[in-house]
Design a binder for this molecule. Structure first.
Ligand code: NAD
Ligand code: MG
Length: 414
């Protein structure tokens, strides 16, 4: 009996050592091949900052951007990328000229993005903003890739289809959004069916203490000035309306199948606890860290290992106090809109997401006020109903229609 146990434990130990050594070998001797969709954005550049810490450990396959050809070309040169893609075709000549004399191939347009997603890579960062990221992320998932997902709008619009594609192909989806990355890490301490509650923390955004009347007058500059995080313009406005937290609720619903009623939102202004998982024994695991996206990105980039970063370590003594508040659903209706949309299912989250993208762009272009954003989303949901989408093509068509309805609603303002 003891002999059997010894043999078994030795076999397990050998197996784990073998796996560990192979993983170490991969990290040190063979560069990890990576592609970054949305390379010029906030998440994309943070990812490349991590690559800069040890460039020899990575081989950059594809880098993409929408229309900033010069910034993309500079990154492609620096990282000696195989391919650089601008999705905006009018920027192709500029990209091609900027990369003349290098080994980097260039391409442009929506099909080129899909071709880039088809290239072999060990790890893909999905950091395009908005539903525009959906088609390339789906292509990566269908090919069974390891996808680090920052592009939450794709999961909001097409969560069921994306999760089904990942299951079918055996793709690995690594959550990058700080809350979902935190939950992913906390779930390593138990099983999904042992979860009693998931708590998504929310900073409350820049207008946490503002009255409705004060919010009505808020400018774009005030809305994008997040107190804790430095992010792209769209997600910064989403954080001010708390639509970001609603989108994250939908994101969590798809990534962690515990049921919508077990996912809660808690306001935590310091953004130190990134989210929590409570198990059925009433143990709560939380992931903490400085509010720096490089930390969750590093967790996904090195997964299943850990990499050294240059991020600031957490200094709880100087932070002093962590505080918590209930969400105010009256001043911030967005999370309730998202909860209803996911409960209704079908195309509702895709419609909500499309309307929000139009409303946020309208606000950034000063075509409507801050409080009008949620009004536009709500009015679009009231006016537009659609069949349950069965494919990505259906989702993209619904997204298009919902945008038209939202544009029409937006045109009534200012
Ligand atoms: P960003 O605006 O800084 O960058 C967006 C990137 O996508 C850029 O490279 C841009 O060129 C590209 N892009 C924009 N429109 C495009 C289009 N139509 N087609 C193809 N490419 C396009 O955005 P970000 O803040 O880096 O956010 C990226 C994604 O990550 C978003 O979905 C956001 O919600 C999510 N996210 C961001 C943060 C953050 O801290 N920035 C945190 C969590 C999640
Ligand atoms: Mg987040």
């Amino acid at each position: 009996m003891d002999w059997c146990r010894w043999l078994l434990s030795r076999a397990l130990r050998l197996r784990y050592c073998d796996i560990y050594e192979r993983a170490e070998h991969r990290l040190t001797d063979t560069p990890k091949s990576i592609s970054i969709f949305g390379a010029t954005g906030s998440v994309g550049t943070s990812t490349l900052d991590l690559v800069r810490l040890d460039p020899a450990a990575y081989h950059v396959v594809a880098l993409t951007a929408h229309n900033n050809a010069d910034a993309l070309a500079a990154l492609a040169r620096e990282f000696n990328a195989e391919l650089a893609v601008v999705s905006d075709e009018s920027q192709y000549e500029a990209l091609k000229t900027a990369l003349e004399g290098t080994d980097t191939k260039t391409a442009a347009g929506a099909e080129a993005l899909l071709d880039a997603a088809s290239l072999a890579a060990d790890w893909t960062m999905a950091a395009i903003v908005g539903c525009a990221g959906l088609a390339p992320v789906m292509r990566s998932l269908e090919q069974g890739k390891t996808v680090a997902l920052a592009n939450k709008e794709s999961l909001v619009s097409a969560g069921a289809l994306m999760m089904a594609a990942a299951r079918k192909s055996g793709a690995t989806l690594l959550p990058v959004d700080s809350e979902h990355n935190a939950i992913f890490q906390c779930l390593q301490g138990g099983k999904v069916d042992e979860v009693r509650r998931i708590t998504l923390t929310a900073s409350g955004g820049p207008f946490r203490e503002k009255t409705i009347d004060e919010m009505r007058a808020m400018t774009t500059a005030q809305a994008v000035a997040h107190p804790n995080w430095d992010m792209g313009a769209k997600i910064s406005v989403d954080s001010a309306t708390l639509m970001n937290k609603g989108l994250e609720l939908i994101e969590a619903y798809h990534l962690f199948p515990v049921g919508l009623d077990k996912i809660e939102i808690l306001v935590h202004p310091q953004s130190v606890i990134h989210s929590m998982v409570e198990y059925r024994d009433c143990s709560t695991l939380a992931q903490l860290g400085a509010p720096d996206m490089k930390i969750p990105i590093a967790s996904a980039l090195a997964w299943p290992q850990r990499m050294a970063t240059d991020c600031a370590p957490l200094d709880l003594a100087s932070i002093g106090k962590l505080s918590f508040e209930e969400l105010d659903n009256e001043r911030f209706p967005a999370p309730s809109l998202c909860r209803s949309a996911i409960a209704e299912g079908g195309a509702r989250p895709a419609i909500l997401n499309a309307a929000n993208e139009i409303a946020v762009a309208g606000f950034l272009d000063e075509k409507c006020g801050f409080l009008n954003i949620c009004e536009i989303v709500s009015a679009t949901l009231d006016r537009y109903h659609s069949v349950v989408p069965a494919s990505i093509q259906d989702i993209l068509a619904i997204d298009d229609d919902a945008r038209n309805v939202a544009r029409d609603v937006l045109s009534n303002y200012r």
